[in-house]
Design a protein around this ligand. Structure first.
Ligand code: FES
Ligand code: FES
Length: 165
């Protein structure tokens, strides 16, 4: 039995030390925003934030997560009260099939938490590990800039402000 802290809550999880975090999130905790794409650390769809850094949850074993704070997309905002990053992606209609989008949002969120005004080049470099088969890259780029503006205004939702701390 291991303790896993996700979105501010502690969970007792019956998992082997080498079980990937993604499996625990989806199968045990029913947090399905992080997606299984390749399972090999090559697509970015499983990205979550651990202690402020974007990580590929399909290749992070549970043994490395003791005492760490995991944040998933569910921890940023809700449908009724979306975080700025979620609002921005919706407002820019960045999703086509949507499969890559939760991972893109989590890495963008981690970027914006350390760099509130990233350039085009910085966003492109940061999101480089992420694949989007639908090719909505330009909308995703616009969405990250929009999120930066939203986070910078009083307009940002309370849920978003919480997540950015
Ligand atoms: S599912 Fe984790 S990188 Fe593809
Ligand atoms: S929106 Fe379909 S893979 Fe990116």
């Amino acid at each position: 039995m291991m303790t896993l802290k996700v979105n501010g809550r502690e969970h007792q999880v019956d998992a082997e030390a080498d079980t990937p975090l993604l499996y625990v999130l989806r199968d045990d905790l029913k947090l399905n925003a992080a997606k299984y794409g390749c399972g090999l650390g090559q697509c970015g769809s499983c990205t979550v934030i651990v202690d402020g850094k974007a990580v590929l949850s399909c290749v992070v074993p549970m043994v490395l997560l003791e005492g760490k704070q995991v944040t998933t997309l569910e921890g940023l905002g809700t449908i009724a009260e979306p975080a700025p990053i979620q609002r921005a992606f919706m407002e820019e209609q960045a999703a086509q099939c949507g499969y890559c989008i939760p991972g893109m949002m989590m890495r963008a969120q981690a970027l914006l938490q350390k760099n509130s005004k990233p350039t085009d080049e910085q966003i492109r470099a940061e999101l480089e590990p992420h694949l989007c088969r639908c090719g909505t890259h330009m909308r995703i780029l616009r969405a990250v800039h929009r999120a930066a503006r939203l986070m910078d205004t009083a307009d940002a939702s309370p849920a978003a402000n919480r997540s950015a701390r």
